[in-house]
Design a protein around this ligand. Sequence first.
Ligand SMILES: [Zn+2]
Length: 173
Amino acid sequence: MKVSSTRNNRYSPYSGVVVNTDRDVDLVLDFLNTVDVELATDILGDPIGWSRWLADRGLGDEDMVHVRAVRDGLRAVVGGAPAPAPPPVPVRVELVDAAPTLVAAEVTGAVLAAASRLVVLGEWARMKICPADACQWTFFDRSRNRSRTWCSMRVCGNREKARTWRERAKVVD
Ligand SMILES: [Zn+2]
C-alpha cells in the first residue's frame, strides 16, 4: 500500500483513503473568491468567465440564483457579509476505489463535498475571510496556531495598523 507522507495529504479518519487537502482547499477558496471586493468584480455575473471557471475544473453548471445563494451563504459562514444559510445541495456517496466517497457533478455539490472533507479533518476553522472592508478575500490560514487574521500581513494588516495609528493620533489631538 502506498502511503503518502506529504504535509497536505493525509488519511481521512473516516474513509481510510488519502484526502488531497490542497485540492479541496483550492476549490473552496476559488469558489468563495469568485467575488473580488477590491476589484469590484464577480465571476458569477460574467457568463463567459463563469463557463471558463467551470470548464477549468470539469464541473457542471447550475441555476445561478442557487450558485450565488450557496456562495454567499458559505462566505457568511466563514466570516463574510451576513447572508441566509446556504440551501441544501445534492451530493452522493459512492464507492470509489473501494472507499465510500462524496461525489458531485455540479459545482455547489463539489464545493460543499470538499468543505465537508475539511470539516472531517478538523481544518475547516482555517477557512477565513480578510476583515478589511475593501478586501474580504477568502484565505486558508496555514499558521500553526491558526492565528492569522489578514489575507496578507504585508498589505491588509499594515493598512489596518496604519489606520488604527491615524485614529489614535486623532484622539490625542
Ligand atoms: Zn485582505
